[in-house]
Write a protein that binds this ligand. Structure first.
Ligand code: GDP
Ligand code: MN
Length: 387
């Protein structure tokens, strides 16, 4: 689960990670009030969407007066902000963060992520931070430093020194930076984060270290331990089909292709996506209804795939273990009765009660293709999707 910058900064403040003063505004009147409370200029007006690259897209503006704060707020709220992370369709901005401007001496990059290969928390940092970090990583990777922290020992002073020296920090800020990194590490662990990114982390002309930007992502599988964080969820920022699927506990991810598919078990789902690709087509989604799926879950999953306009064919591939084939067949028939199916449907099932399942499908009167093995299944759907 991703959250907005202003929300991440609230968590930062809780952990005493320094950020500029500011507040959230939904209109220019509120923006003016926050700016006058800040009391000095420049003031920064920042679009709040779940995507980076806002600066380059015109979503971050400096204001030198209260009138300019209002002008920028009015221009940004309601705009369709297109950045390299939103995709070409962009994102409508609904709120802005109004913040005290900072005298920037240097922009750094700092992030924490779990590193699966080493089972450590990985600190990634660069003294070439700011809006072009992707380019730095691509052209001068030596400017990116990495420090692994073993979660069993936790963060130690030597980790902080390693990062500080790697960033060529002036000695006057090393202590403050080390304290900040230590706090960020605790924040990361205690909230089960999957990413914390600060770009830029700035050193000010007054030699202070401040998080000017803040991005956080949480491990969804650990959110049950953090009920308070759920308040931060903004459904408007998520893919509508993903949101619908999460209501029914379905593991669904919307993708770019044309072959919708519903599978039970993540491993089988991955294999099915490989099969689709091998046959020359692209999957429209990943959908694992889970081992213990009910007819209702199958029906809901099916409805979600059907409501996806780009889907040209649907493949259902179920291995009947805990989810029996007859239960699956009933779910498919139910969903098909309630929703008009405009695209060809291919069903492959094997396992418990497969004969009963096939009978239900055959007697349903539904116009569908059945396939026996993985290879022919992929070939059938790819052919249909391409036609
Ligand atoms: P992003 O483009 O979505 O990552 O948004 P950021 O929050 O990183 O802001 C983009 C850029 O705006 C930063 O890299 C800074 O150069 C600039 N910026 C943000 N806040 C301030 C500020 O307080 N003062 C100044 N001078 N520049 C700022
Ligand atoms: Mn940024």
């Amino acid at each position: 689960m991703k959250i907005h910058e202003f929300q991440a900064k609230q968590i930062f403040r809780k952990y005493q990670v320094p950020t500029p003063n500011g507040g959230l505004a939904l209109d220019s009147e509120k923006a003016r009030q926050i700016a006058s409370e800040i009391g000095h200029f420049p003031v920064v007006v920042k679009a709040q969407i779940h995507a980076g690259g806002r600066g380059k897209g015109g979503g971050v503006q400096l204001a030198q007066s209260l009138d300019e704060v209002c002008k920028h707020t009015e221009a940004i709220i309601g705009m369709n902000l297109v950045t390299h992370q939103t995709g070409p369709e962009g994102k409508i901005v609904k709120q802005v963060l109004v913040e005290a401007g900072v005298n920037i001496e240097k922009e750094l990059y700092l992030s924490l992520i779990p590193d699966r290969e080493t089972a450590c928390i990985l600190v990634i940092a660069s003294e070439a931070g700011g809006m072009d970090i992707e380019e730095v990583a691509a052209t001068t990777p030596e400017k990116i430093i990495k420090v692994h922290i073993n979660p069993l020992s936790g963060i130690q002073p030597f980790h902080c020194r390693k990062v500080s020296f790697g960033l060529n920090l002036p000695s006057a800020v090393i202590k403050e930076f080390s304290q900040m990194l230590t706090r960020l590490y605790h924040l990361f662990i205690e909230n089960d984060c999957s990413m914390v990114e600060i770009n830029p982390l700035v050193i000010t002309k007054e030699n202070r270290v401040l998080a000017l930007d803040a991005k956080m992502d949480f491990d969804d599988n650990a959110l049950f331990r953090h009920k308070d964080l759920l308040e931060f969820r903004d459904l408007d920022e998520e893919d509508p089909l993903d949101v619908e699927a999460s209501k029914y506990n379905l593991n669904y991810i919307n993708l770019d292709g044309t072959v919708g598919n519903m599978v039970n078990g993540a491993g089988l789902a991955m294999a099915v996506m490989d099969t689709i690709k091998l046959a020359g087509a692209e999957p429209a989604n990943f959908l694992d209804v889970g081992g213990g799926a009910t007819a209702e879950m199958v029906e809901n999953g099916f409805k979600i795939i059907l409501s996806d306009d780009k889907v040209k064919a649907i493949l259902i591939n179920i291995f009947g273990g805990i989810l029996r084939c007859d239960v699956l067949a009933k779910g498919v028939v139910e969903a098909a009765r309630k929703t008009e199916i405009k695209v060809p449907l291919v069903v492959r099932m094997e396992g418990t009660n497969v004969e009963e399942g096939r009978r239900i499908l055959a007697e349903s009167g539904l116009d569908l293709f059945t396939a026996d093995d993985m290879k022919s299944t992929g070939e059938i759907v790819a052919k249909i999707a391409a036609s």
